[in-house]
Design a protein around this ligand. Structure first.
Ligand code: HEC
Ligand code: HEC
Ligand code: HEC
Length: 131
């Protein structure tokens, strides 16, 4: 009779572990902003500020880190603007349908010049223009 209950517990533990392990490299990243500046500034654009918290409360981790192929390490991804415009990476959503489109350069390229790729803000997510 109590079997159903006993079996539910492991399912929850497995889910929590999957999320928890995923965030192990830097728990702060789940809340903070990620600056992506591998190429942007070299190509004359301001660094990109990606508000991780803002996005992760709206979408499952696997949408970005599995289906879209974003590696879970700040600065580890090679993202070209051409990819985004063709609907990959940020462009899967920033296409004028799910979210505003790639024409809004400044909303993503909002970082202060000279910012290096990495996690900023710890438990705060402050969004575009803050860093
Ligand atoms: C939805 C977010 C987003 C928008 C909007 C956006 N970008 Fe980007 N862009 C990125 C990301 C992420 C990168 C990768 C940054 C890096 O690795 O340094 C990038 C990289 C770039 C690069 C360097 C790589 C390359 O392909 O040469 C240039 C130049 C660039 N963007 C120009 C633009 C211009 C111009 C616009 C507006 C027409 C724009 N971006 C709009 C997110 C965006
Ligand atoms: C909307 C897309 C999106 C979603 C949803 C998302 N992430 Fe991310 N995540 C990213 C991007 C983009 C980066 C930065 C990659 C880069 O800098 O190249 C990142 C970076 C990370 C990092 C690296 C932090 C570091 O210290 O280097 C971790 C860990 C992470 N995400 C965990 C998660 C977890 C756990 C979830 C779900 C709770 C999640 N992400 C949901 C897009 C997303
Ligand atoms: C899975 C879908 C998805 C992906 C992938 C995604 N975004 Fe977004 N993003 C959204 C949605 C939805 C919004 C909210 C749009 C609105 O309010 O109109 C948003 C909002 C934003 C905002 C404004 C957030 C704020 O704090 O006000 C920025 C900046 C942004 N995205 C940058 C990026 C960058 C850079 C990438 C790639 C590294 C990216 N996004 C990838 C769905 C996505």
């Amino acid at each position: 009779m109590t079997r159903g209950r006993i079996w539910r517990i492991p399912a929850i533990v497995v889910c929590a572990a999957a999320l928890g392990l995923g965030s192990a490299p830097d728990a702060g990243a789940e809340y903070g902003d990620v600056v992506i500046n591998k190429r942007a500034e070299k190509e004359g654009m301001r660094p990109v500020v990606f508000s991780h918290w803002f996005h992760r409360i709206r979408f499952r981790c696997k949408v970005c880190h599995f289906e879209l192929g974003f590696k879970m390490r700040a600065g580890a991804n090679d993202v070209l603007m051409a990819d985004i415009i063709e609907g990959r990476f940020c462009g899967m959503c920033h296409n004028g349908q799910i979210a505003w489109s790639a024409e809004n350069c400044d909303l993503c390229h909002s970082g202060l010049p000279g910012l290096k790729s990495g996690i900023y803000g710890g438990h705060d997510t402050l969004g575009p223009g803050r860093w």
